[in-house]
Design a protein around this ligand. Structure first.
Ligand code: NDP
Length: 680
């Protein structure tokens, strides 16, 4: 009997009932497994996830980030198992690398992003304190807390690993559990990664479940704290978005669907730039056999340059070796399934009604380097050309999800913009231009139609990650046809799984909530200088009020000579008198240096190093004869994890610095960052 792929349901691996959908090997056509989720208990999955969500929410951001990093390392140790399964989806080793190792890289990147950019807290406070009152006793910040629900991720067949992990990383980091539902084609690979992740024991029970098969009545079990994301066809996405329960419970539905992405060769492109354009288009057509949501489907070329570009494209595409990726020299594998093959054939026929096929297509026989080419889902690289793009809506609206692209001439920038807009919104466009050429006006106009713009000139080309690579730091999504969603984009993605709440309070209450001292909150003073205290001994809100210092002309002259900064406002009495200040003023950097002289405790102690300064503002000038004084307040403490047992235990302490003059006016304010030794 054919193997049925199991789902992980409320802590158990279970098979669905009845006959499933048969999945075949993309290269050989051999039957692999069946997929069905019939009879699986979706309500139990949701309840189990919510239980698991409590453990995730109880972890801090840094704990979740460490969990993710360890998980990525664990999965990477098993990568060859995943490559073996990836081959059955028709992927070449390079295609598999993008999916598998690209997925793990996304976990690593998200982990370090969170450890670097977020405090080790359970909730996230956004924005600086927003004062809302005259005396400073009332203000606000925005707070983000994990949603106590479950994130349901419905994924496409083309990236069984990356597609899951790019959504899972921000979900888990936010403190939310996930139920993933891979596409039936390729589900075995996703399931193997989930199995490996669960077997590692690194995730809390309930944090991750998988449905192999349909979602049954899952949507009926969801409520106002849940989130649904979808990647796939616009048809399915639009249908799911209309689910009445999503509407009734305001369940966020993020969609990433068909996208007829463009590559644009800018007018006046020289030979080297044309070569870049050709390289990018061919790469996008052939990587993953063009089964990429970001692949270039429309290649716009100035009419005069079209013949040359067309010849170069045809020459390069002629060198592609289509076949079994396991065979030496094969550069492009088959499509993922016979279903996809049928879909691509159908879409190419639609395109061919408004464009002419220059190479490929299925009307002619084509070479395939495989044992049993008739059984595999092979489709050749297919380039079309449409000479009347304005009158040909199908070329702008048809996503043939395979190695298919249409060449389109344009006569002016205005016409180009109108043609691009006929795509009704895309994930990405590449703009390819000569070194030094200014394309800013074009880029500004393209922005509204795209989630990402890849500006390719000979300088960026040397190090570019390419048109087709969505990166964890950058937004992946797009308007209109592309689904209107937004994934990744650094911490933005984490925030999609959290609720943002405006919190209005006194500075003291905000300090308690944020564990970060807020201006105006109570302070404590101690006879012991804060620089003599170990990390554990310092309290947030601990304040040092320093001695005073009167600034003299000698100070300014000495500082000017020492630093070499003889700017007229400090050193030229006549020019300074005519300046905004009306007289000579101290250098801002002198004020900062003098402030350090006032608050530093000079003897060796637990403060290891001062490693930076943030938010420096000079507010009032300091004139000769003014007297300054510093308030140094312990603002925030973050313990640093020890990388090796030999590392000195330590933490980062952020100090709020306020320098005031004799009239109690703020003259400078900033934060300084120090490393402070911990006792253990
Ligand atoms: P589908 O939209 O059919 O499927 C996408 C995901 O949705 C799959 O996991 C699928 O599961 C699931 N799904 C389908 N119907 C339902 C439903 N009623 N309820 C819940 N989940 C559902 O897309 P395919 O993956 O089959 O690809 C078809 C076409 O979509 C491609 O040829 C391509 O044109 C486009 N596509 C676009 C992508 C993009 O990002 N631009 C990415 C991938 C595909 P199951 O597989 O079990 O049916």
């Amino acid at each position: 009997m054919m193997e049925k792929l199991q789902s992980y349901v409320a802590g158990r691996w279970l098979e669905g009932e009845g006959e499933g959908r048969l999945v075949r090997h993309a290269v050989t056509g051999a039957p692999l497994y069946e997929v069905t989720s019939q009879g699986l208990d979706m309500a139990a999955m949701v309840a189990w996830a919510k239980q698991g969500g409590k453990s995730l929410a109880a972890m801090s951001f840094h704990q979740r980030a460490h969990m993710l990093k360890t998980l990525a390392s664990h999965l990477a140790e098993h990568k060859e198992e995943f490559y073996a399964l990836s081959a059955a989806t028709g992927a070449t080793r390079k295609d598999g690398w993008i999916d598998i190792e690209g997925g793990f890289a996304t976990l690593f990147t998200y982990s370090s992003l969170v450890r670097r950019e977020l405090s080790d807290e359970r909730i996230l406070l956004e924005d600086d304190w927003i004062p809302l009152s005259r005396r400073g006793g009332f203000g606000a910040r925005h707070m983000l807390t994990p949603k106590p629900g479950v994130a349901v991720h419905i994924n496409a067949f083309n990236f069984p690993v990356w597609g899951m992990l790019e959504k899972l990383a921000p979900t888990l980091l936010a403190g939310m559990p996930a139920i993933v539902k891979p596409a039936t084609d390729g589900a075995q690979l996703t399931q193997a990664v989930v199995k490996c992740a669960l077997a590692s024991g690194l995730l809390p029970e309930g944090a991750l479940q998988i449905i192999c098969g349909g979602v049954n009545d899952l949507f009926d079990q969801l409520g106002p704290q849940d989130v649904v994301t979808f990647t796939g066809s616009a048809h399915t996405g639009q249908q799911l978005r209309a689910t009445a329960r999503f509407n009734r419970c305001s369940i966020p539905f993020t969609m990433e669907a068909d996208s007829v992405n463009s590559a644009i060769l800018v007018e006046g492109a020289d030979d080297a730039t044309q070569a870049l354009f050709v390289r990018e288009v061919v790469r996008e057509m052939t990587t993953k056999a063009g089964q990429k949501c970001t692949a270039i489907r429309r290649a716009f070329v100035p009419r005069a340059l079209l013949p040359g570009v067309q010849d170069a494209l045809l020459a390069k595409l002629g060198k592609v070796v289509l076949g079994d990726p396991a065979r030496e020299g094969v550069t492009m594998g088959p499509l993922a399934s016979q279903r996809q093959l049928a879909d691509v054939r159908d879409k190419v026929e639609q395109l061919a009604s408004q464009a002419r096929i220059l190479c490929g297509g299925h009307q002619q026989p084509f070479a395939v380097d495989a044992e049993a080419p008739e059984a595999g889902a092979f489709y050749p690289p297919t380039l079309l050309r449409c000479d009347q793009p304005k009158e040909s809506p199908l070329v702008h609206q048809t996503e043939a999800f395979g190695p298919v692209c249409t060449l389109l001439p344009y006569d002016s920038e205005e016409e180009l913009l109108a043609l691009v807009a006929l795509g009704e919104g895309s994930l990405v466009a590449s703009v390819v231009f000569n070194a030094g050429q200014n394309v800013s006006a074009l880029v500004a106009q393209l922005g509204a139609w795209h989630g990402r713009l890849h500006l390719l000139d000979p300088v960026s080309a040397e190090e570019s990650t390419g048109h087709g690579s969505p990166l964890p730091h950058l937004v992946h999504g797009g308007p209109g046809r592309a689904g209107g969603g937004e994934e990744m984009g650094g911490l933005r993605a984490v925030k999609h799984y959290m609720q943002r709440t405006a919190v209005q309070s006194s500075p003291g209450a905000m300090t308690q909530l944020s564990h970060s001292w807020t201006t105006g909150a109570p302070v404590v003073e101690d006879r012991v200088h804060p620089f003599r205290k170990y990390f554990e001994e310092l309290a947030v809100g601990e304040r040092l009020l320093t001695a005073r210092r009167t600034v003299t002309e000698a100070d300014i002259v000495n500082f000017g000579c020492l630093s070499g900064d003889h700017f007229y406002a400090h050193m030229d009495k006549i020019a300074a008198a005519e300046s905004l200040f009306g007289e000579r003023v101290a250098h801002g950097y002198f004020v900062v240096s003098a402030a350090a002289g006032l608050f530093v405790d000079a003897a060796p102690g637990p403060v290891i190093a001062n490693y930076g300064m943030e938010g420096l503002r000079f507010i009032e000038p300091v004139k000769i004869g003014d007297t300054i004084q510093v308030e140094l307040t312990c603002k925030q403490k973050t313990r640093k994890p020890r990388r090796t047992p030999d590392d000195l235990p330590q933490g980062v302490v952020v100090w709020d610095i306020k320098v005031k003059n004799q009239r109690d006016q703020l003259v400078a304010s900033y934060d300084i960052l120090t490393l402070v030794q911990a006792k253990e």
